[in-house]
Design a protein around this ligand. Sequence first.
Ligand SMILES: Cc1cc2nc3c(=O)[nH]c(=O)nc-3n(C[C@H](O)[C@H](O)[C@H](O)COP(=O)(O)OP(=O)(O)OC[C@H]3O[C@@H](n4cnc5c(N)ncnc54)[C@H](O)[C@@H]3O)c2cc1C
Length: 184
Amino acid sequence: MCKNWPVHVIGGGNSAGQAAMFLTQYARKVTLVVRGSDLRKSMSSYLCDRVAANPEIEVRYRTQVTAIEGTEHVGAVHLRDDDGNIAREETTGVFIFVGARPRTDFLPAELARDNKGFVLTGSEVAKLESWKEQRLPEALETRLPGVFASGDCRSGTTKRVALAIGDGALAVSCVHNLLGTYPT
Ligand SMILES: Cc1cc2nc3c(=O)[nH]c(=O)nc-3n(C[C@H](O)[C@H](O)[C@H](O)COP(=O)(O)OP(=O)(O)OC[C@H]3O[C@@H](n4cnc5c(N)ncnc54)[C@H](O)[C@@H]3O)c2cc1C
């Protein structure tokens, strides 16, 4: 859809950097719109180097997208930088990588979450007054005894594939531990 047309990517993290690099294979130009003034604060150094070395990526620092125009498809974005400069740029696609929200709304209220909705587990649950068990929670155990959470949905974790895989393995140990502690 974007072949030989300009596109915009919003965000300064690794996901945005990877998307920008990927899109240069097709788009005529990729504009990376970043709120901060230094990509290295939020993006891996290897990726910053690749973005900087790619002549088809323009990074617009200290800039936010304030509007997206279009009817049947995206036509333009409105940009505003921290100095108040406003620009309208034609584009055929806007790709947004500005953070993740966990889909944990469906869980019962008693299953404690942090203020962003990530599920509390293990040592965080142990601090809760509402944890009434006579034992400490297992590392991945939630506020509901016997219910475990692993991967990205957990509060305070690094959102990475390797961590999610490790959590999967750890969950098995947690279940075994718990089954061993319960009276038969
Ligand atoms: C654009 C992008 C780029 C990334 N790049 C990297 C990278 O380069 N390296 C890296 O290590 N990590 C990267 N990550 C992060 C990585 O993808 C995650 O850390 C990892 O996938 C987390 O695995 P998970 O199993 O915890 O969650 P997910 O992979 O999100 O899996 C959760 C699953 O649960 C399902 N689900 C949700 N709600 C329900 C429900 N109510 N009932 C049943 N199923 C449900 C979802 O459909 C999904 O299949 C990237 C993430 C993104 C978004």
